[in-house]
Design a binder for this molecule. Sequence first.
Ligand SMILES: *[C@@H]1O[C@H](CO)[C@@H](O)[C@H](O)[C@H]1NC(C)=O
Ligand SMILES: *[C@@H]1O[C@H](CO)[C@@H](O)[C@H](O)[C@H]1NC(C)=O
Ligand SMILES: *[C@@H]1O[C@H](CO)[C@@H](O)[C@H](O)[C@H]1NC(C)=O
Ligand SMILES: *[C@@H]1O[C@H](CO)[C@@H](O)[C@H](O)[C@H]1NC(C)=O
Length: 382
Amino acid sequence: MALNLHSPLKLISLICFFFPAISPVMSLNYPAVFNFGDSNSDTGGIVAGKAFPLIPPNGETYFLKPSGRLCDGRLIIDFLMEAWELPYLNPYLDSVGSPSFETGCNFATGGSTISPANAASVSPFSFNLQLTQFFRFKKKSLELLKDHEELQNYLPAEDYFKQGLYMFDIGQNDLDGAFYSLKSEEKVLALIPKLLSALKYGMKKLYDSGARNFWIHNTGPLGCLPRIIASFGKNPSDLDEFGCVISHNRAANVFNKKLHDEVCVNFMTQQLPEANCTYVDIYSIKLDLISNYSEYGFQQPLAACCGYGGAPLNYDTMIPCGVTKDLNGTKVTASACENTAEYINWDGNHYTEAANRFVADSILTGNYSDSPHLRIDTSYFT
Ligand SMILES: *[C@@H]1O[C@H](CO)[C@@H](O)[C@H](O)[C@H]1NC(C)=O
Ligand SMILES: *[C@@H]1O[C@H](CO)[C@@H](O)[C@H](O)[C@H]1NC(C)=O
Ligand SMILES: *[C@@H]1O[C@H](CO)[C@@H](O)[C@H](O)[C@H]1NC(C)=O
Ligand SMILES: *[C@@H]1O[C@H](CO)[C@@H](O)[C@H](O)[C@H]1NC(C)=O
């Protein structure tokens, strides 16, 4: 159901009728969502595009089988789509079956970077390629719709490209990879301006093609991932009071501050004057969750639910989630914890569905964003 809620009067009556206990953000109304990103928002792209073998127990909590998501269930973007009453986004790269893209398309792929991919990259589908995929998708959709009315339930109408929401959640892998390859925080920080220029370039191209609603997730506390703690947190002085790696979280903060000030505020107001930018502070939501985990009903702030090795991190680089390996003649498996809802981290690199739900719920309060879209006129609700 695509509600058109542009008129406040209509909005009030619809709310009273359909949603007696409505949350304010239900008043958001996008006919379609186009998403660019990495595994944090990949709903099946890398699995389709690279035939990446995603195995159980991925998907065990919600889809009850691997769903193309690196998670036991839904991602943040799935919960947002639910709240906006839109179907989950199908991946651009998944051609098997007859996926509908009428209300949006997902270009995100696990492992993707803002920097152009090279032969060593996990994902060849870096941001520049995701953009060219989008432009091909748009052109082809509009061409097909001209001659094939029957495809309107499968492809976004021209208006949807104008009124749609353009979401971005990318950059984490650039910082992550740079710490391994450059081995110096200073050199990692020096990369950031280039990353932001590439983002701005892409956003300008989208704007020139008619995009007006931009929604940007900043990058999370990279230094709190079990893999990063295992590799870079061997010395207690590398860690902060929550047990997270200081250098990585500092780099994430520098990236985020510039993403906010330079991209979402300066660049957008000067170069994309007719567009709106919603900047969502994922970092603060996740750090709040990790540091106050027990108040939010979790028992494990850092350890991976699905991993091998036991406390404190339950993470072993050589034995990823779901994999069985021979260790000195003994077969060991990185299996899932009993109750995934007690864990924030799923597999050492990604969050559990329970954590993703917490993050999405926090986003939807509007308390963590700088946003024209989430600024609520409370007079509608009194
Ligand atoms: C943890 O919760 C306290 C109390 O609500 C809050 O002041 C603090 O900012 C939270 N920690 C983080 C990192 O958000
Ligand atoms: C496997 O054997 C090696 C060499 O004896 C030893 O260093 C290592 O700790 C063993 N690993 C496990 C998991 O038992
Ligand atoms: C948003 O933040 C305000 C001020 O800190 C707080 O009073 C309110 O409860 C928060 N709203 C939600 C829905 O969490
Ligand atoms: C987005 O920006 C335009 C132009 O600045 C403005 O007219 C419009 O109301 C904004 N939309 C929202 C949802 O704030």
